[in-house]
Each structure stands twice: as structure tokens, then as C-alpha cells.
Design a protein around this ligand. Structure first.
Ligand code: GDP
Length: 562
């Protein structure tokens, strides 16, 4: 037997390395920590000593046989995800051909001493979360790549949140250790700050230092993956019920709809009748990463599937049916349901959405803001809100506009999840996805409005309804700067302006701002009313960006009694 690492043994004995080392020290075997590996003789000693000290675990009866774990690689851009996937592909491919292999699908299998691992080759947390957006989970284990010279970066944190939400084990690959400015300590410190305390520091986060470029310690990482898979009981029944998830799909001009899926349980065979989300078909061909046609794909395999009638979305589950007709009916039923089910954002208030989930007393938030300061302030305020025993969870917080990835993450949560932007907007793709997935996005510029809405969601009270009544219109002709801000010199073109009314600012038919009138003046006097055909000065609360030519719609708001 080769030398064995302490943390492999710790895994075997169902403990952490630190625990193991501490116990061994107690038993009079110090110094192991420095070596971090033991030879066979020491290993047997360690094992016996340890096992005498602890009660053996009740062996649970496990179903099925071990299958290759399915692994996704995540992390900040440029930290080495692609290089790592390439390094593994090059050195550990299951079947090698002369002249190399052109990989055809978004996954491949690696081999370590005869044990296989399936890598999904579409790095990035958006793809990762997309692969589980419909309640299915393609990935068994996530690898978080962190560059040792750069440390934990915003997308690293985002990836951590996505992995946490998926509730799967994670291994941190600290990459680029060949660089002279690599700083392992700094990386570990930052990881600990994000709840990933490395094993060496007494936590339970597994870290493996590697160099993807120099292909160093890649086997250590693979070994770790296999170990975690074993610990997690990644198993399957090859003859059991089919469980497979789409990790990629597209329409090919020559081959029609193509879906790539990973098989998690059971086996998929040529000529099987399947339903894949809203698509169905009889499997015409199963093609693996080397371009080989397979008669059957068993657990842990990734295969391309031909023969579907439509392109199924990422994350669709595959189900086998006895007859093609049954598969067809099933798919058609889903297509109709998809068209009619989701109420749009406009049709539901936050409180309504929340009331639908009354039994699940939990509100989950994805919160985005323009700066760390703003983010922390809003988060702090939200945590101070009365909750009526509702549990509040921040699934993810970050800086910048609301992205597709934020919406995806929210769409995977089974209880109610709101995506909130404070001082930031949602990008158009995110809005589209939110519409499709029925995810509620709320954006605010004013903190108390945000807090009011969340408080309503937390306490389940309905938002009061207001009715807007237009009372007049004015045109901005000149601007005056005063110490308090900008006064718009206006001409009232319709109705009247009231001091306590509200205003919509319209520029080129677009509404720029809505808010309150801060002051209303006629020649240097404060007045309450200015009528049609007169001039006046209007200052708008919180908005100094008025321009000559803007139209001001003057209106009042009244609460509607239900
Ligand atoms: P990705 O954006 O996470 O997929 O990152 P890439 O794999 O594209 O790597 C980004 C850059 O880092 C490339 O120039 C790689 O050559 C380099 N890189 C990746 N891994 C290593 C490593 O282990 N050591 C060094 N020195 N450079 C690396």
C-alpha cells in the first residue's frame, strides 16, 4: 500500500483529521501531523488504536452499488476551472485514442485506479444551478476552485452560496500553488470567513492545494472526490428506476433536438420511451463523450440522447414510460400546464405570494446592492424587523445588478424567495427569466419602502392599495439652483398643482421618477395651490435631475379601503 494521507484515514474512521490527530497524540503517537501521511504499518496501528477507542458504527444497509460521482467545477473567473478540467481530461481519460479525443458532449469521465468520476464540463455557477432548477440535482459533489494568488473573490462567494443552496458536499481546490505569490494562509483565512474553515484549522472544509497548469496534486484531488463520494454514499441501482437529468440541450440542424444527460440511477437504453420535461420520444441513439454509440448507459454516465421531439430545458428530469403513447400524453400535458400555470408578477402582491405558503414559515432573500456599505446597512435593518416567528434566510447577498444567476438561485428554493435590489436594477435577461420562473424581483431606491415591503411579507399583512388621481400637469421651462437643491421653474398647462401632491417626472414619454413635491412657490412665496396658466417653482423631494422640457404630472394618492 502506498502512503496514506491522514485525512483519508479520518474519512474512513468517520472523523476529521484534527480529531484524529488529537486522539492519536493522546494515545502517544504524536508527530503525525507534520508528516500528514503514514505508511502501511503505521496505518494499521492507527486504525486499530483508534477503533479500540470508539464504538464501531452500526453498519447501515446500503442500497445498490457505488457509482461514479458527478462533479461540477465552480469558482471565480480566471482561477483555473477550465485548466483544471483540461488537466484531468488529459491525464485521466478513461479511453485514450491515438491523436487525442475531441470531446463531443459537456461531460467526461476520468479514471483513478479503476474508479470513475464524471465531470460536467460547463463551469460556472449559472450552469450549475440551471442543472437543478427544476427540483432535480445533477451534481453530487462541487469543486470550488480558488486561486492561491488571488484569494476569495466575489464570484467565489457567489459560487459558495450556490453550492450551499444545492446542499451538496464541496471540496476546495486551492489552485496556482506554483506561483511565487501564492498565499495559502490568506486563502484559508478568507475561506474561514465565509464559513469554510479548513480541516487543518479544526473545521470541516476539505481543501486540496493543486496546480492545474503544472498538473500537480491532481490525483490528490481525484482521490478526495472518490473519498467524499464514498462517505456520502453515492450509489445506484443499475436496474432500478431511471433518474437522469439534462445538463445541456440544443437543436442540431442535422440531428434534431439533442439533449445531454447524466444518469443518476437506473439505466437508459436505446429504444426506451422517455419524457424529458415538456419533450418526449423514443431513444434513437445514445452517444458518449468519445462519439461512441452505446446500447445502454448506466449510472454515472453522461450521454447525448437523440430522438426527442423538442429541445428540453436544462435541468429537466428524464422519466421512462412503458409506451410511446404514454410518454407523449405526459409531455403534452406538461406543455399545456406550462402555458397556464404561472401567474405573473403583476398579478400577485408579495404578501399574497407569501400567504400561499402559510405552512412554510420561512422567507428566503437574495439581496443585491450597489456597494458593500449599502448591502450591510440594508441587511442589518432587515434583520431588525419584527418577524412574527417567520424564519428569515439570506440565500445570497452581493454587489451589482440583479443577474440571471440570482434569479436562477431563487427559482430553486421551495419556499418563498424574493430577489431584492437596493439601488440596483435587474438586467433584462434576469427579468425575462424571472417572468418565466415566477420569481419575484423587487427593486427599491429608498430603504424604508424596502423595509415596509419585507415587513409586510414577514407579517403576512396585505399591502394597502392606493388610488392615483391626476390633478394637473406642468411643463419645466427653467431651472434654478438653490442651496437645498434644484427648483424647476414651471408653467401649469392643465389643472392645478398642490403643495402636498405628488409628481411623476416624464422625459420623452418615459417616467424618470415619482415622488413628493418638497416645495411650491410663486414669486418667492410658499403657496398651497397654483392654477392652470400660471408659473411656479417646484422642488421635488429626492430628485434634482429635472431638465427644461420635462413634463410633470401632478397627482394625489389615496388609500382604498377594502
Ligand atoms: P477559468 O476562467 O476559471 O476557467 O480559468 P482558466 O482555466 O481559463 O485559467 C485562467 C488563467 O490562469 C490561464 O492563463 C491559465 O493558464 C492560468 N492558470 C490556471 N491554472 C493555473 C495554475 O495552476 N498555475 C498557474 N501559474 N496558472 C494557472
Amino acid at each position: 500500500m502506498a502512503r496514506k494521507r491522514i485525512y483519508s484515514i479520518a474519512r474512513e474512521l468517520d472523523t476529521t483529521s484534527k480529531e484524529l490527530i488529537d486522539r492519536l497524540a493522546e494515545l502517544g503517537m504524536p508527530g503525525l501531523k507534520a508528516a500528514n501521511t503514514v505508511d502501511e504499518e503505521e496505518y494499521t496501528l492507527v486504525r486499530n488504536l483508534y477503533e479500540e477507542q470508539v464504538q464501531p458504527l452500526e453498519e447501515e444497509e446500503e442500497k445498490g452499488v457505488p457509482r461514479p460521482p458527478v462533479v461540477s467545477v465552480l469558482g471565480h473567473i480566471d482561477h483555473g476551472k477550465t485548466t483544471l478540467l483540461d488537466a484531468i481530461r488529459k491525464s485521466r481519460l478513461v479511453s485514450k485514442e491515438v491523436g487525442g479525443i475531441t470531446q463531443r458532449i459537456g461531460a467526461y469521465q476520468a479514471d483513478l485506479h479503476g474508479e470513475k468520476i464524471t465531470f460536467i464540463d460547463t463551469p460556472g455557477h449559472k450552469a450549475f444551478t440551471g442543472m437543478r432548477a427544476r427540483g432535480a440535482q445533477a451534481t453530487d459533489i462541487a469543486i470550488l476552485v480558488v486561486a492561491a494568488d488571488d484569494g476569495v473573490m466575489p464570484q467565489t462567494v457567489e459560487a459558495i452560496d450556490h453550492i450551499r443552496a444545492a446542499n451538496i458536499p464541496l471540496i476546495v481546490a486551492i489552485n496556482k500553488i506554483d506561483k511565487t505569490n501564492a498565499d495559502l494562509n490568506k486563502v484559508m483565512q478568507a475561506l474561514a470567513q465565509h464559513g469554510l474553515t479548513p480541516e487543518d484549522w479544526g473545521g470541516d472544509a476539505i481543501t486540496v492545494p493543486i496546480s492545474a497548469l503544472k498538473e500537480e496534486n491532481i490525483d490528490d484531488l481525484l482521490e478526495m472526490i472518490l473519498l467524499v463520494a464514498e462517505m456520502e454514499g453515492v450509489r445506484a441501482e443499475p436496474e432500478g428506476r431511471l433518474e437522469a437529468i439534462v445538463i445541456e440541450s440544443h437543436l442540431s440542424a442535422t440531428r434534431g433536438p439533442v439533449a445531454t444527460a447524466v444518469i443518476k440511477n437506473g439505466s437508459l437504453r436505446q429504444r426506451d420511451c422517455i419524457v424529458v420535461g415538456p419533450a418526449y420520444g423514443r431513444v434513437k441513439a445514445l452517444i458518449d463523450e468519445n462519439g461512441d454509440r452505446l446500447p445502454v448507459a448506466g449510472p454515472g454516465k453522461a450521454v447525448e440522447i437523440l430522438g426527442l421531439d423538442a429541445v428540453p430545458p436544462l435541468g429537466s428530469k428524464i422519466e421512462a414510460k412503458a409506451k410511446l403513447k404514454v410518454a407523449k400524453n405526459c409531455a403534452q400535458g406538461r406543455r399545456t400546464a406550462d402555458r397556464t400555470s404561472r401567474p405573473s408578477r403583476e398579478e400577485m402582491s408579495v404578501a399574497e405570494l407569501f400567504r400561499q405558503q402559510e405552512e412554510q414559515q420561512k422567507l428566503t432573500l437574495v439581496l443585491k446592492a450597489e456597494s458593500t456599505g449599502a448591502l450591510e446597512a440594508v441587511r442589518g435593518e432587515i434583520q431588525l424587523l419584527p418577524t412574527d416567528d417567520v424564519e428569515l434566510e439570506f440565500l445570497h447577498t452581493g454587489i451589482g445588478a440583479i443577474s440571471e444567476s440570482d434569479v436562477l438561485l431563487a427559482s430553486t428554493v421551495s419556499n418563498k424567495c424574493l430577489v431584492i435590489g437596493f439601488g440596483v436594477k435587474a438586467d433584462p435577461k434576469a427579468m425575462k427569466l424571472a417572468e418565466r420562473e415566477g420569481v419575484v424581483i423587487l427593486t427599491y431606491a429608498v430603504i424604508y419602502e424596502l423595509l415596509e415591503e419585507i415587513e409586510r411579507a414577514l407579517t403576512g399583512t396585505a399591502a394597502p392599495e392606493y388610488q392615483e388621481t391626476k390633478i394637473g400637469e406642468a411643463e419645466v421651462r427653467e431651472l434654478f439652483k438653490i442651496p437645498a437643491g434644484v427648483v424647476a421653474g414651471c408653467y401649469v398647462t392643465e389643472g392645478k398643482v398642490l403643495r402636498n401632491a405628488r409628481v411623476h417626472v416624464i422625459r420623452q414619454d418615459e417616467e424618470l421618477f415619482s415622488g413628493e413635491i418638497a416645495s411650491l412657490r410663486r414669486f418667492n412665496d410658499d403657496v398651497r395651490t397654483v392654477l392652470n396658466g400660471r408659473e411656479c417653482g417646484i422642488r421635488i423631494k429626492g430628485f434634482d435631475d429635472v431638465r427644461a422640457g420635462d413634463r410633470l404630472i401632478i397627482y394625489t394618492l389615496e388609500e382604498v379601503k377594502r
